[in-house]
Structure formats: C-alpha cells, structure tokens
Design a protein around this ligand. Structure first.
Ligand code: ADP
Ligand code: MG
Ligand code: ZN
Length: 565
C-alpha cells in the first residue's frame, strides 16, 4: 500500500495536512525527521503511517500513560495492531504483550522511556528488528521546557545499544529555539528533515457559558458582532436546521451545512460562507475539513462537542490570520446525554469485535468526561487544553474567561521564601519533590532518609496544599529565581536572583486560580437534572468525578515509576 491508501483505508482521510507528507516521505527514504507542529495538527500520523509501510517495529516513546492508551485504542479501533508497555500493566499483561511483540504481532509499540533500560525490554529490543524510534513530545528531553523528563535522556543510550541504528523521528509542538536545538543535539538526530508548520493560537479568546436560553445568547452574540463572520457548531442536523431558520427569521445573513443536504446545496452554502456572501455558517462537525478561510472571527459551540480533540479541531478554524478571534462554548447538561447516546450507539464500530468495541466506548466516555470537565474547570482553559494534549505551559494565559474572571493576583512571597530557603539550607542537593515535601512536612521514607525532617524549613508550610507549592515552584523557575540541573537528577539550584527574594525583600506576585470548587457560571445554573442513561447523571456524583479527574490529571503529570519487574 502507498501512503495515500494507508491514509484512506486506516484513518479515513483523503488528504494530508500541511507538513505530513514531507515527514512521511523522508522517513520512508530512511532519513531522520523532526516535526514541529502545533497541538492538534496531526503529528501522530507522521510516524504511524511510515510504521505501517516499513519492515520492522516502530517504537513510540511517549511521556504519558493516558496518551499512550488513547493512541493505541484509536489504532486498534481501525484494525492496526499496536500495544503499549508502561507501568499501568500488571506483570502478567506486560509479559504477554512482550511475547506477542516478539512474535512480530505489533508494527507499532508505545513504550514509556523508563522501560527502555530494563533488562526484559532490552532483551526484546536486541532480538527484534527496530525500524524506527519515534519520540513523541520530544521537548521532554530539554530542560529548557517546563516538562523536562530525565527519563527521556535514556532514549539515546537505548538507541546506541541496538545492533543497527534505527531511523529516529522526533515530534513536538514546542517551538522555542533552545528546545529545538536541545532536541536535535540530545537525541543526536542525523541531518534530520525539519518541518515547522502552523502557529500556536494565543489569539483565540476561549470562553464557556451556560446560558439559560442558548438561542438568545447566540442571537445577542451575533448582533454584537456585526460585520464579522463566524461558525456555529451544533451537535445534530435537526438543531442546525432549527438554529439557522431562527437566525434567518431574525434577519441575519446565515447559511447551513450538514451531511443530510444534497452535494449541490452543501457546495453552494460552503462557497457562500467562504466568499463572504453569508455572515454566519450553522453546521454540524461535517463542516470545516479542508476549509481554508482565514478571517473567521468567531466559532460558537451551540453544544458541547464529544471530545477535546474535536473541539480543538473546530476552534482551530477561527482566526487563522492570527488576528483576535473568539471561541465560545455554550454548555448544557443535555449535551452530555446526547453525546453519551452517540457513544452507545456508534454505528462506525459495528464491525469491531465486542472487546475492542468495549475499549473504544470506554475511551470515548473518558474523552467526553474530559470535555465536560473543560466546562467546569476554573483553571486556565488554554492550559487545560494544552495539558490534555500532553503539553505543559503557564497556568495563566490572560485570554480566556477563567484567566479574566477566575484568577486573582496573589502575593506568594512567603511561599517563595520558604522554597528558596529550603533549597539553600539543604545545600542545593535535591529535586523538586523533596523540596516541596519538606516545606509541606511530608513524612515519607525519602524525607527521613535525607534527614529533611530536621531541616529548618521542614513543615513550615504544612497548611499550603502541595499543588499550590508546585505552582509557585514552577513560577520561580519560569522567573529564574530558581533553576534545575540539566541532568537526569534535575536538582533544584539557586540562581543569581535567589537572594533578592530571600534577603533583599523582593516580593513575588503571581496569578492563581481563585479558590472555589466550581466557577460561578455553572453554579448559578443550578445542578442539571439527572439523565436517564446510566453513568451520565450530572449530579453530586459528577462533582466527585470532576474532583477525581482533577487529581488524576496531576497524577498523570508526574513522572511514571517503574515497578520492579
Ligand atoms: P498532534 O499530535 O499534532 O497534537 P494528533 O496526531 O493527535 O495531533 O491529531 C489530531 C487530530 O487530527 C486527530 O483527530 C487526527 O485523526 C486528525 N488528523 C490527523 N491528520 C489528519 C488528516 N490528514 N486529515 C484529517 N484529520 C487528520
Ligand atoms: Mg500528539
Ligand atoms: Zn487562560
């Protein structure tokens, strides 16, 4: 099969996106590649398609268990044999997966970097033909990024041990010069084909609203944005008809698009929108693929979409000219139920075996939950999306509804002093976690072993939650009041600025999410009614779920630990 056939048959797409072909062609010709493309632009296909076309196994290195599970489920769903090897597997599952891998059942294997140096995995790798090592989220090798992972440094050691050097491909959305150079150097890419596309989307304002009357809110929005064109996404064809009819009655210049219309009408409506003959396009998610209109000023989600992936893709059509754009999501509890219904009645999955169908449905439910949580979080919405895709940035973007209304300026000087003082008093010998655990007063084996429980800063901030300590620690590093060493130990060190805070009375002020459970916007709507379908009651149980999700997310963000087998 050639690459177009693979694209069509397995992934169901007709055309490649910008950058994808160049990267795929280079890999097939045996060259190293380095793809720098924004989140959601389709980096995975760039290593998955060549993996299916080459002899041998492609190992994909990925930092997060959740990302691995997700991608493997997606591949399995379309009939591609892929597996993941990480600490979420029991010893039994791990050996079973390796056994299949030895038999050559998987062209694609996702593996956590920590695994690479284990004897069991190494033995497998040395006796298999590894065609390519694809490093996803490659910025994790660089200490310049916020999410440096010492375990990523093991990748090169691993490659060196292989009898034959595989192709090495690296992918990231982080485009700063330092990080790029680090990736090429540290991964020792050999004359890689470097492809940079697109741009990040700080120009998009992100908002969530839970209006009592959605149509009134939409009408008001369009009225207050005359001369601006935009897209309104609805979940169902019926709603597209309803909303576009009402807008038309109310005198707006509007057209519509969904899969139930004739080819001719779809083409005409699309052109009307693209050539500015209509101001507003009301559409299902069928609209937008391959549409390149740069001056779309707003994207309104009349309903909550099924996943962050879908949502990000759809708002990605806004303001491609890099001028400001607005992306507002209208949340309503009923959307969760409708999406749940789509998952439970997914006709695309009909031909899958029951086990795979189950896995896919579970993944989709999980995606829906995370989409739902986007509507409830009081954290920065952009940060939420980027974290979902495995990127870590600032916790404050200043251009989303939460940053504008939910954040407050907090003086964190006392916390900063304790953290810096602790680094100083332990002679700059430990990593972030030890420092945080010390000031928080954790009673762990490590703390006792390092005698940090007798450090003068032990438990001085016992009342401050660790997530907050971590946020301040991150901020201190961003502002270069502290730094970490560029080796696998990631030791926290002082900088020339440290004493300004410690001794010279400089205060540290940062933006932080206000402390409350949920944003007022959702609270004021009161709890949505219980749904009829199992598992989707938006009730107290959901609030607990959201809390759990929040914890899970910070859990995942921490580095994986390798169990002893
Ligand atoms: P990234 O890793 O760059 O953040 P992903 O690889 O997760 O992005 O892809 C984001 C979404 O784009 C996925 O849903 C994927 O199926 C879709 N996608 C990728 N390539 C194409 C393409 N050529 N045409 C249409 N959709 C695509
Ligand atoms: Mg990706
Ligand atoms: Zn923000």
């Amino acid at each position: 099969m050639d690459k177009y056939q693979v694209l069509k048959q397995y992934f169901g797409y007709d055309t490649f996106r910008e950058g994808q072909e160049t990267l795929i062609d280079s890999i097939i010709m045996g060259k190293d590649v380095f793809g720098i493309m924004p989140t959601g632009s389709g980096k995975s296909l760039c290593f998955q398609i060549p993996a299916l076309m080459m002899d041998g196994i492609t190992l994909v290195i990925s930092p997060l268990i959740s990302l691995m599970k997700d991608q493997v489920a997606t591949l399995n769903q379309v009939g591609i044999h892929a597996a993941f090897l990480n600490s979420s597997l029991t010893a039994g599952q791990y050996y079973k997966a390796l056994e299949y891998a030895r038999e050559g059942k998987y062209p694609i294997i996702y593996v956590a970097p920590e695994r690479l140096e284990t004897d069991v995995f190494l033995d497998f790798a040395l006796h298999s033909k590894i065609a390519m090592v694809a490093v996803d989220e490659a910025h994790c090798v660089s200490q310049w990024g916020q999410d440096f992972r010492p375990s990523y440094l093991k990748i090169v050691e691993f490659i060196k041990k292989l009898p034959e050097r595989p192709i090495v491909s690296a992918f990231t959305a982080t485009a700063t010069k330092e990080v790029r150079e680090d990736i090429i150097d540290i991964l020792m890419l050999r004359e890689p084909t470097v492809v940079t596309t697109g741009y990040d989307r700080p120009n998009l304002y992100l908002g969530v609203q839970a209006p009592k009357d959605r149509y009134a809110a939409l009408k008001n929005f369009v009225e207050t944005h005359p001369d601006q064109c935009g897209i309104v996404y609805c979940l169902t064809r019926k709603l597209v008809e309803e909303v576009s009819d009402r807008l038309k009655e109310d005198g707006f210049s509007v057209t519509r698009y969904h899969a139930g219309l004739s080819d001719a009408e779809r083409r005409k409506n699309q052109d009307d929108f693209i050539y500015d003959r209509c101001q507003v396009m009301v559409a299902t998610n069928a609209f937008g693929m391959g549409i390149d209109k740069s001056n779309v000023r707003f994207v309104i989600h009349y309903n909550m979409p099924k996943s962050i992936e879908a949502f990000y893709q759809e708002i990605g059509r806004c303001a491609r000219d890099q001028e400001p754009g607005e992306c507002i999501l209208f949340y309503n509890g009923q959307d969760v139920i409708t999406n749940q219904f789509f998952i439970d009645n997914n006709t695309d999955n009909q031909e899958l075996d029951p086990v795979t169908r189950q896995i896919v449905a579970e993944r989709d439910r999980e995606r829906l939950r995370k989409m739902t949580f986007y509507c409830f979080t009081n954290e920065c919405l952009r940060d939420y999306i980027l974290r979902y895709f495995g990127e870590y940035g600032s916790n404050y973007c200043g251009n989303c509804v939460n940053c504008i209304s939910q954040f407050e300026t907090v003086d964190v000087t006392e916390i900063a002093k304790a953290l810096i003082g602790c680094v100083f008093s332990c002679h700059q010998r430990y990593g972030v976690n030890v420092i945080i655990d010390t000031v928080h007063g954790a009673n762990t084996a490590k703390i006792r072993q390092y005698r940090m429980d007798s450090n003068p800063y032990y438990a001085v901030l016992a009342k401050v939650p660790t997530f907050k300590l971590r946020q301040v620690m991150n901020y201190l590093m961003l502002q270069e009041f502290l730094t970490v060493t560029n080796d696998e130990y990631a030791i926290v060190k002082l900088t020339a600025n440290s004493e300004k805070v410690l001794d010279e009375g400089e205060s540290v002020v940062m933006k932080m999410a206000k402390e409350q459970d949920h944003p007022a916007k959702v609270k004021s709507e009161k709890k949505p009614k219980k749904g009829k379908m199992a598992g989707v009651e938006l009730s107290e149980a959901d609030e607990a779920l959201f809390d759990k999700l929040r914890m899970l997310r910070s859990e995942i963000a921490r580095e994986e630990k390798v169990p002893p087998y």
